[in-house]
Ligand binder design. Structure first.
Ligand SMILES: CC(C)(COP(=O)(O)OP(=O)(O)OC[C@H]1O[C@@H](n2cnc3c(N)ncnc32)[C@H](O)[C@@H]1OP(=O)(O)O)[C@@H](O)C(=O)NCCC(=O)NCCS
Length: 166
């Protein structure tokens, strides 16, 4: 099951109430811990800040075949700036197309909002993520030197949303 939540309000305020409950944010935090090293992951407060942004979108994938219906993946993206923030798939559920599915749905949403391009940053050595994004049309646009710390470079990736089917 996929849950889609958007935090949109017609106001100039940059921050609104978070669009997920503290318990739901803890679920995202638990996946961040499984997917990233301590220096690279978002903590509860940072996730809550993202989820409070006016214009944030979050897709969550729950595994229905298991009795406890755990959260196994989520995608966080900024619908105002067409920027992807983080994509997490539980290690036990990788390679099944879940990451690609969430990415495709997020890009469709951004396209439906009128954006023509979307961007994200990916570490140059994150081959799997680069592959997932390239398969959906992303291309390296700029090299961001030391983006993740000394010697840890990233690509600023960009996709033309006209190539994404409606
Ligand atoms: C990157 C990530 C989100 C991919 O999620 P996923 O659900 O496993 O991805 P998919 O199953 O949709 O895989 C899509 C493509 O990625 C590539 N891929 C997947 N697993 C791979 C692996 N172990 N090695 C190399 N390429 C791989 C393949 O090209 C695959 O396409 P194909 O199976 O049709 O050939 C997941 O590995 C993850 O959460 N990683 C840790 C966090 C992270 O790096 N997030 C992205 C930050 S920018």
């Amino acid at each position: 099951m996929i849950c889609s939540d958007y935090n949109f309000a017609y106001t100039r305020r940059r921050f609104l109430r978070p669009c997920l409950t503290p318990t739901e944010i803890r679920e995202l935090e638990a996946l961040e811990k499984l997917c990233y090293s301590p220096a690279d992951r978002y903590d509860f407060r940072t996730l809550r800040m993202f989820l409070s942004l006016n214009g944030i979108g979050v897709l969550r994938y729950y595994e229905e075949s298991l009795a406890e219906r755990p959260l196994v993946a989520f995608h966080l993206f900024d619908c105002l700036n067409a920027e992807l923030i983080t994509l997490d798939v539980h290690p036990d559920f990788r390679g099944r197309g879940i990451g690609s599915l969430l990415l495709r749905l997020s890009l469709k949403k951004l396209k439906s909002l009128g954006h023509t391009r979307a961007t994200c940053e990916i570490a140059v050595n994150n081959t799997v993520s680069l592959n997932v994004h390239k398969k959906l049309g992303f291309r390296p646009w700029r090299l961001l030197r030391n983006y993740y710390g000394a010697g840890r470079h990233a690509y600023l990736m960009r996709v033309n949303l006209n190539t994404i089917p409606d």
